[in-house]
Ligand binder design. Structure first.
Ligand code: HMG
Ligand code: MG
Length: 284
């Protein structure tokens, strides 16, 4: 039996949020529907943030309402505040994600709050979601480097991971938002976080700006991480993180994991189809 590693598909959210062209909702729905045939358990396809801050995600409710839901797939949405939570719930999100930053500079730029304020904002959201058994994932950005504050101390990441896990996030996704992490800095960060959150509850979310995402995945695998976020076609970036290029491409991670002998449960032919679709959406 090969060991299982899960890829959490974030392309329809992290992949598309930075696109300048206004992508029609129908195209987004077609991409999610294609991804639904690929064998993922979780697909992030919506973000209930302010359309003033991220215009591309404005059609998120229509996307969630328009997709053909495949059995066994959870369709996830990002929420920054209580309003986003209520909108995500009304649109039928199967799980939500709150997103914080381990660095103050990015926290302010991305959600206009200090780290502490953001945690206070998330508390009632996580409590409300837990009350109705809606799974909440917790993102932490800038886990090794911040575009505003420079290198992030591993202890800061561990402290925030401990808080979010303690509040009830079922998994903590560790974001190398600007893709500047190295196997060494990622490993140091993971060793600190692993001390406070079980490694089975951690995910790696690595952008591929410097072409090191696969090496960072290898370092994470050797420390026990078995969930990785990726975006089909290698799309993505964050509008509030200058220099943040695409997420590591799902099809590249899947092929890499298969070569290493892991089982991903993904259909490579469908992934290639979705990757072509995603690239076409960007006009590539
Ligand atoms: P603010 O300006 O401080 O808040 O933004 P506000 O309460 O003054 O709201 C501003 C306007 O947005 C108001 O409208 C609100 O009504 C509206 P106005 O009165 O001016 O007409 N608004 C909303 N509209 C729709 N849905 C909502 C909502 N909330 C307020 N939920 C806020 C604070 C958090 C809203 C803003 O900063 C925001 O939306 N930020 C989101 C930024 C974002 O989405 N970034 C990308 C995702 S994070 C990421 O990519 C990293 C990740 O991939 C991991 C990694 O790679 O590291 C997850
Ligand atoms: Mg990201």
């Amino acid at each position: 039996m090969r060991e299982r590693v899960e890829i959490f598909e974030v392309g329809p959210r992290d992949g598309l949020q930075n696109e300048k062209r206004e992508i029609p909702v129908a195209e987004k729905i077609a991409l999610v529907d294609c991804l639904s045939r690929a064998g993922f358990s979780r697909i992030e396809c919506a973000s209930f943030v302010s359309p003033k801050w991220v215009p591309q995600m404005a059609g998120s409710a229509e996307v969630l309402k328009g997709i053909r839901r495949a059995p066994g797939v959870r369709y996830a949405a990002l929420v920054p505040n209580m309003r986003g939570y209520e909108d995500a719930l009304a649109a039928g999100a199967d799980e939500i994600a709150v997103f914080a930053s381990a660095s103050e500079g990015f926290s302010k730029a991305n959600i206009n709050a200090t780290i502490e304020e953001s945690v206070e904002r998330f508390k009632p959201i996580i409590a409300a979601a837990r009350h109705i058994d809606l799974p909440v994932r917790g993102y932490i950005s800038c886990v090794t480097d911040c575009p505003y504050d420079g290198p992030t101390p591993p202890g800061k990441v561990a402290e925030l991971a401990d808080i979010l896990f303690g509040l009830g996030c079922y998994e903590i996704s560790l974001g190398d938002t600007i893709g500047q992490g190295t196997p060494e800095t990622i490993s140091r960060m993971l060793l600190a976080v692993r001390d406070v959150v079980p490694v089975t509850r951690l995910a790696g979310h690595y952008h591929d700006t410097a072409g090191r995402a696969l090496a960072n995945i290898d370092a994470s695998l050797s420390l026990g991480v078995r969930v990785f976020d990726a975006a089909v076609g290698g799309l993505g970036g964050c509008p509030y993180a200058p220099g943040a290029a695409g997420n590591v491409a799902t099809e590249a991670v899947a092929a890499h994991l298969e070569r290493l002998g892991y089982e991903t449960g993904l259909d490579m032919a469908v992934l290639q189809e979705a990757a072509a679709m995603a690239r076409a959406m960007r006009g590539l």
